[in-house]
Design a protein around this ligand. Structure first.
Ligand code: BES
Ligand code: MN
Ligand code: ZN
Length: 490
């Protein structure tokens, strides 16, 4: 997909999108342009006929001629406007415009209209516009006959300044990262094996001139990641461990390690999942897909931050060679884990990945994982659970997540949670009872990092939707990619 910033009158699309607030008399440049071309039809619809009211997510379509269609999208009341509502309107607008456009190109007006009336800066407006438009347009069409694709998005403004250009550039790479991750999650687990992802990581490293360390089963053994290895031993697909590094040309301002959970299929192991819960478990590598998307954006945007991305990749299967309940596993840092439930595999693989990250001396360690069903019970499908050991880091991240239209909520990691995982024969069990599942998993993870700035994102509820949401269609969401890239850039 191509993104172009253009002056309004130079637009080349056959579909043009214009946004209006409810009860607002201010006319944007695009509004005036459309009004002029349509001999005042737009004004008439609003002020005389009241067919367009500007109510939140109201859409109105009309054609100026065979070659130019107009889509008006309501932003709602100005005083109730938020970045998240803005993002939802853009996604809806792009999705609707897709059904109108014949030349596979849509033009989106946004800059003036929203900046003047809200406190969102132009740079963020441009980024959010491109990112959310691409969210709205996303479709995994590799295996379907109907490939209705928009190829070009024009971002319209009466005055294209460097702020807009910068925001559009970030938006292009952020939205690419999201598309990359969603495609990888959507692809069959038959294809997306640990080795497949490792090969992809190698290609990405080459393209973006990153350092790549790819470890196979024997090398993982040499690193003493025996907890991680146990999870993968039931599968015919060998586990792989990947570590890519982006280093800026100048001395890095900070060093961040990102870890993504990489279970390419989670059948639950011997504690096999019921069919309905297993249905979407090819998405259990969403964390790995996210970090590989992110590192590509970082490779392009070249911030002065050193970024490491890490994933322990394996498949959690039931078989004669699978790990079993009652097994006692020793992680890389020497701590022992009694396997209480083989379906709580993510935390076991992450334990070794966190230990590995300790050797990098990063200023911050962040993991992103489809870790617990309990986070869905607690927060639903639209809020990501955040836990960690550094309140400043959590606060900073949450602020940025909100700026880039993603919901998060902090959950506690308290010391008393350790009672849930008390084992008589090892340092801990990997699961406790039903209560406080999300926090308990995070407490478990906290034992495997030495970082004083470690943060854990539980995206089990937000990574994959089984029905269309406010903004995202059915399927993978690419959640937290926007927030993490902007956090790294901040
Ligand atoms: N991958 C699942 C968590 C999950 C559940 C992700 C639903 C996405 C949607 C994880 O490995 C898992 O199975 N967790 C168990 C832990 C339990 C055995 C303590 C769960 O949440 O049921
Ligand atoms: Mn599981
Ligand atoms: Zn899992």
């Amino acid at each position: 997909m191509r993104f172009i910033t253009r002056k309004i009158k130079e637009q080349n699309s056959d579909t043009i999108i214009c946004f209006i607030f409810e009860n607002d008399n201010k006319k944007s440049e695009t509004f005036k342009y459309i009004d002029e071309l349509s001999n005042g039809l737009l004004s008439k619809q609003i002020y005389e006929c009241e067919t367009i009211t500007g109510k939140f997510q109201e859409t109105f379509k009309f054609a100026i001629n065979e070659n130019l269609k107009v889509l008006i999208v309501g932003l709602g009341k100005k005083e109730e406007f938020t970045r998240q509502k803005f993002s939802q309107c853009i996604a809806l607008a792009a999705r609707t415009a897709k059904t109108l456009s014949k030349n596979k190109s849509i033009a989106i007006e946004t800059i003036e209209n929203c900046c003047q009336s809200t406190n969102i800066n132009k740079k963020d407006i441009a980024q959010i516009t491109l990112t959310s438009a691409r969210i709205g347009l996303y479709q995994f069409d590799k295996y379907v006959a109907d490939k209705n694709k928009i190829e070009t998005i024009e971002l319209l403004s009466s005055n294209i300044d460097p702020e807009i250009e910068k925001g559009a550039e970030i938006g292009a790479f952020v939205s690419f990262a999201m598309k990359f991750a969603k495609d990888l999650v959507n692809e069959s687990a038959q294809i997306v094996t640990p080795r497949y992802i490792a090969n992809l990581a190698e290609e990405i490293a080459k393209e973006h001139k990153l350092e790549a360390k790819i470890y196979n089963k024997n090398q993982i053994k040499e690193l003493n990641m025996n907890a991680f290895l146990a999870v993968g031993q039931g599968s015919i697909n060998e586990p792989m461990f990947i570590h890519l590094t982006y280093k800026p040309k100048t001395t890095p301002r900070k060093k961040i390690a990102l870890i993504g959970k990489g279970i390419t299929f989670d059948a639950g192991g011997m504690n096999i999942k019921p069919a309905s819960s297993m249905l979407t478990m090819k998405s259990d590598m969403t964390g790995a897909a996210a970090i590989l998307g992110i590192i590509q954006a970082i490779g392009k945007l070249q911030p002065d931050v050193e970024v490491h991305v890490i994933s322990a990749l394996c498949e959690n299967m039931t078989s004669g060679s699978a790990y079993k309940q009652g097994d006692i596993l020793t992680a890389m840092n020497g701590k022992t884990i009694e396997v209480d439930n083989t379906d709580a595999e993510g935390r076991i693989t992450l334990a070794d990945a966190l230990c590995y990250a300790d050797y990098l001396n990063a200023d911050e360690v962040i993991d992103i994982a489809t870790l617990t069903g309990a986070v869905i019970v607690a927060l639903g499908n639209n809020i990501t659970g955040i836990m960690g050991n550094n309140q400043n880091q959590i606060n900073n991240f949450r602020e940025i997540a909100e700026e880039f239209c993603e919901n998060t909520w902090q959950m506690p990691i308290l010391d008393e949670l350790k009672d849930n995982l008390k084992s008589e024969i090892a340092d801990f069990k990997n699961t406790g009872g039903k209560s406080a599942g999300t926090s308990t998993a995070a407490w478990f993870l906290s034992n495997f990092t030495k970082s004083k700035s470690w943060m854990h994102l539980d995206i089990a509820g937000t990574a994959y939707l089984d029905k269309t949401n406010k903004e995202t269609l059915f399927g993978p969401t690419g959640v937290m990619i926007r927030s993490l890239i902007n956090y790294i850039l901040s």
